[in-house]
Design a protein. Structure first.
Length: 222
């Protein structure tokens, strides 16, 4: 999702690598769940997020649609995001006690917060968002440890691959007046990368790579 702001407005002015220390650790949040409410449609799920949730909950992606997850257009492509509920706009996975009920398999954006990703032409760096988290006594933690995802190098390669794939599809959609083509692009992405189950997390990256290679051939991106 594009943000029409400058990095200087929202960050501490630094870019971080995965091995860097950053003041992001909320130390269990001490009951705070501000980042789990009022997020609108911003917690967009990538295929790994969908696989984690489906496998962790023992539920298909389709069964999560409507109740926990919803679909919205993001830069021309229909993608899933976590659903917010009620007057407080609480995350659908936020428990009555203000704690996350899917913390072991929470989405990547939740793991990242209060960090963000800043993309360049060939990859991305991390930055610390300075206005989003109300906690002011955060402590330093290594970026990779904070994100808490196995095989961080593979994960970062995957994030880049997915990001630039979506950017390429965005150009295809923007460059056509064929509404059927634009709709079919989104239907393909949802079917291949979200609705088709992954057999397990241990082989997610290889399964994703096979699907990506097929998609790139189909859309003539290689």
């Amino acid at each position: 999702m594009k943000r029409e702001v400058s990095l200087e407005e929202i960050s501490d002015g630094r870019l971080y690598r995965g091995s860097d220390m950053v003041k992001a650790d909320c130390r269990g949040c001490a009951g705070c769940h501000a980042c789990c409410t009022g997020m609108g449609r911003s917690v967009i799920l990538d295929p790994l997020d969908a696989a984690r949730l489906s496998l962790g909950l023992g539920a298909s992606f389709d069964s999560l649609l409507g109740s926990r997850v919803e679909l919205n257009v993001v830069d021309g492509i229909v993608l899933p995001n976590l659903r917010m509920e009620g007057e407080e706009e609480r995350c659908s996975f936020l428990g009555a006690d203000g704690r996350c009920t899917v913390h072991p398999y929470r989405p990547g954006l939740c793991r990242l917060f209060p960090l963000g990703r800043y993309y360049g032409e060939d990859g991305f760096s991390y930055f610390l968002q300075i206005h989003e988290c109300p906690k002011r006594d955060r402590t330093k933690v290594k970026v990779h440890r904070w994100i808490d995802t196995p095989e961080p190098a593979k994960y970062e390669d995957y994030i880049c691959r997915w990001h630039f794939f979506l950017k390429a599809l965005e150009k295809i959609v923007e460059g056509t007046e064929d509404e059927a083509l634009a709709r079919n692009v989104s239907l393909y992405v949802l079917k291949v990368f979200y609705r088709t189950p992954y057999s397990g997390m241990e082989n997610f990256y290889s399964a994703f790579e096979a699907r990506m290679e097929e998609a790139e051939r189909l859309f003539q991106l290689v």
